[in-house]
Design a protein around this ligand. Structure first.
Ligand SMILES: Cc1cc2nc3c(=O)[nH]c(=O)nc-3n(C[C@H](O)[C@H](O)[C@H](O)COP(=O)(O)OP(=O)(O)OC[C@H]3O[C@@H](n4cnc5c(N)ncnc54)[C@H](O)[C@@H]3O)c2cc1C
Ligand SMILES: *[C@@H]1O[C@H](CO)[C@@H](O)[C@H](O)[C@H]1NC(C)=O
Ligand SMILES: *[C@@H]1O[C@H](CO)[C@@H](O)[C@H](O)[C@H]1NC(C)=O
Ligand SMILES: *[C@@H]1O[C@H](CO)[C@@H](O)[C@H](O)[C@H]1NC(C)=O
Ligand SMILES: *[C@@H]1O[C@H](CO)[C@@H](O)[C@H](O)[C@H]1NC(C)=O
Length: 543
């Protein structure tokens, strides 16, 4: 087995030669047809590129970088870069950009995409993890208490950002459900969770970024400085630059305790109107509401395998399963209130006040008190459990869509009550929660439905080697249903393979998206796995 991983020690510079057989200059949009898989027209050799980072072409490295959490897509890169600094990332991109024979470059955060978005067929995958300093004295996560922000490397995991900021009694305010994702990865999408209705998605909570553009320049950008690049990159699907640092808003961390509530509904209308009421309390009624609001669908089929289910006592699980069996599906509204030991005496009252107007099934209200850390990191426990049963590294044919509130009843009828009803063996959570469009800055690349309130719906299902195709068919059926019903939904973590679909996805933002691409990544080198743009060299290579 030939391994040519070249590690550098302190002063050794690594020499890399890159030879790409086909040359291109102008950017084009993803093609109508792809030639059969011989994209291997691009290959790498070694030539001199001065850097301290490691370039690997050994089979294990290439294999690891060829797939992702979804296990649905596969694309083998020509090489893997393990950078030791953002300068080396810039040097790599600059090298490709200036080369007569450019190659594509994909940042790989934690590889938790599900459809190959962080892959780079015949290009170079940049393993961002090698920059990770984490907390513990690492230089890459730095808290500025006075000005209320944390500077974190784009490669850092949110769990490490949390642990580091908590040392100062501070924490970011907008999260994802799962924290083993990178700062650069979620900011390239949006970063959604039950706090989004209050603070907006994670991309609404960023003050500044350092970015390596598609020409290999390192640019610091913010709302004031290079605002066009700043907004392009937020929700930009990795198309405009590689985020090497983000300055993220933080606030005093809620003192320690979270009252965590789950309420069960049989009536979908009651479930959604309660969600919408809860997310509007502060704006509309000037009343303190919950700090977090989410929801999920519990299908009759199975509650036990859910990675989010470590909440109920055993007897509650059976009661809820019974109810789900009776109705086919029930809905669970999940909310949380952060509180302090000093305010603890009033927590019961405050929560009761909120619950008394809600229309869940009497007797089906459940609570837990957990630490703030445990609450934010709640999915980890489920992950480890699934891991131990061999159910984590399996295909994940996930579908995430944003559905306008005006159509959410139709969605329930057509999707939960019809298409998913026959689901014999659905494993994995189905999330559904309301959020407010006003918290999204429309200058950002991220696209959302054109309606004030919309729902984030996540069908986070796990397949087996045998049945994931069946789930994929079901996903297509769901999208078909939404299209035919003219729902004006948007995919989140979007996946399309042709230009017409991407144009429709971006809608009126498409022209700007293309313009920004020409400006910041004119050779379409970055994140080719999104399949939005194809550099002309790659296109020709595949003909
Ligand atoms: C178990 C699980 C739970 C999840 N929960 C949530 C959730 O609650 N809310 C939510 O919003 N999402 C959630 N996600 C989705 C998650 O946001 C995406 O997978 C996202 O891509 C982050 O993963 P990553 O850091 O591994 O990025 P990757 O998959 O490695 O990369 C994603 C894309 O961003 C690009 N990229 C990566 N790093 C950078 C960078 N530094 N600069 C520029 N581009 C970059 C890549 O090239 C790729 O195109 C979840 C995913 C999983 C697996
Ligand atoms: C490589 O690392 C050494 C030691 O850390 C440093 O002095 C040198 O400037 C680095 N070279 C490059 C090209 O980054
Ligand atoms: C959404 O936010 C806007 C602006 O803050 C506010 O006026 C509106 O009432 C909110 N809507 C809901 C349903 O929360
Ligand atoms: C859920 O699935 C597991 C594994 O397939 C099975 O053992 C269990 O009986 C199922 N539970 C229900 C309620 O169907
Ligand atoms: C579920 O049912 C469908 C047909 O309705 C079938 O094709 C599929 O194999 C079933 N899956 C499992 C895991 O039983």
């Amino acid at each position: 087995m030939r391994t040519s991983s070249i590690s550098s020690s302190s002063s050794l510079s690594v020499v890399v030669v890159v030879v790409v057989f086909l040359v291109g200059s102008l950017l084009s949009i993803v093609g109508q047809h792809k030639a059969p898989g011989h994209a291997a027209a691009v290959s790498l050799q070694l030539q001199s590129l001065q850097m301290n980072s490691t370039i690997s072409v050994d089979p294990e490295s290439l294999d690891r970088a060829s797939t992702d959490f979804g296990m649905l897509a596969r694309a083998v890169p020509a090489a893997v870069l393990r950078p030791s600094s953002d300068r080396d990332i810039a040097a790599l991109v600059e090298f490709s950009y200036s080369s007569a024979r450019p190659f594509s470059v994909a940042a790989r955060g934690h590889g938790h995409s599900v459809r190959g978005q962080a892959l780079a067929a015949d290009g170079v995958v940049v393993e961002m993890a090698s920059l990770r300093g984490g907390g513990g004295g690492g230089e890459r996560i730095r808290v500025c208490r006075e000005l209320g922000y944390v500077d974190a490397g784009g490669e850092e995991l949110w769990i490490d950002v949390l642990e580091e900021t908590m040392k100062h009694g501070l924490a970011p305010r907008s999260w994802t459900d799962y924290l083993y994702l990178t700062v650069g990865g979620t900011l390239s999408n949006a970063g959604l969770s039950g706090q989004s209705f209050l603070y907006g998605p994670q991309i609404s909570n960023v003050y500044q970024l350092d970015v390596v553009t598609g020409t290999g320049q390192i640019v610091t950008c913010s709302e004031k400085q290079e605002p066009d690049l700043f907004f392009a990159v937020l929700g930009g699907l990795g198309q405009f630059g590689i985020i090497t640092r983000a300055r993220i808003a933080i606030e005093p961390a809620p003192a320690m305790v979270v009252r965590w509530i789950r309420l069960i509904y049989a009536d979908f209308r009651a479930f959604t109107s309660d969600q919408e009421r809860l997310i509007s309390l502060e704006e509309k009624e000037k009343m303190k509401g919950f700090n977090y609001v989410e929801g999920s669908v519990i299908m009759a089929s199975n509650l036990t395998y859910n990675w989010r289910s470590s909440f109920y006592a055993q007897e509650d699980t059976s009661r809820i399963s019974g109810l789900a069996a009776q109705y086919g599906a029930v809905y669970c509204l999940e909310a949380a209130m952060y509180y302090d030991y000093s305010t603890a005496p009033s927590i019961n009252q405050e929560v009761e006040l909120l619950l008394k107007d809600l229309n869940f099934i009497p007797g089906f209200q459940f609570k837990n008190d957990v630490t703030y850390m445990h609450f934010l990191n709640r999915v980890r426990e489920g992950e480890l459990k699934l891991h131990s049963r061999g159910l984590w590294d399996v295909p994940h044919p996930w579908l995430n869509i944003l559905v306008p509130s005006s159509r959410i009843l139709d969605f329930d009828q057509g999707v939960f009550k019809t298409i998913l009803k026959q689901n014999n063996n659905s494993v994995g959570p189905i999330l559904i929660y309301a959020t407010n469009r006003s918290k999204w800055d429309q200058r950002m690349s991220a696209v959302v439905p054109d309606e004030q309130v919309f729902y984030s719906v996540g069908l986070l299902r796990s397949g087996t080697v045998d049945d994931w195709k069946y789930l994929e068919e079901q996903n297509k059926e769901i999208l078909r249903f939404c299209d035919e019903a003219a729902m004006s939904y948007k995919q989140y973590l979007p996946h399309y393979t042709n230009k017409a679909d991407w144009m429709k996805h971006f809608g009126h933002k498409w022209d700007l998206f293309v313009e920004r691409k020409m400006r910041y990544d004119p050779k379409a080198l970055l994140s080719p796995g999104q399949r939005i743009f194809v550099s002309s060299f790659a296109q020709r290579a595949s003909m």
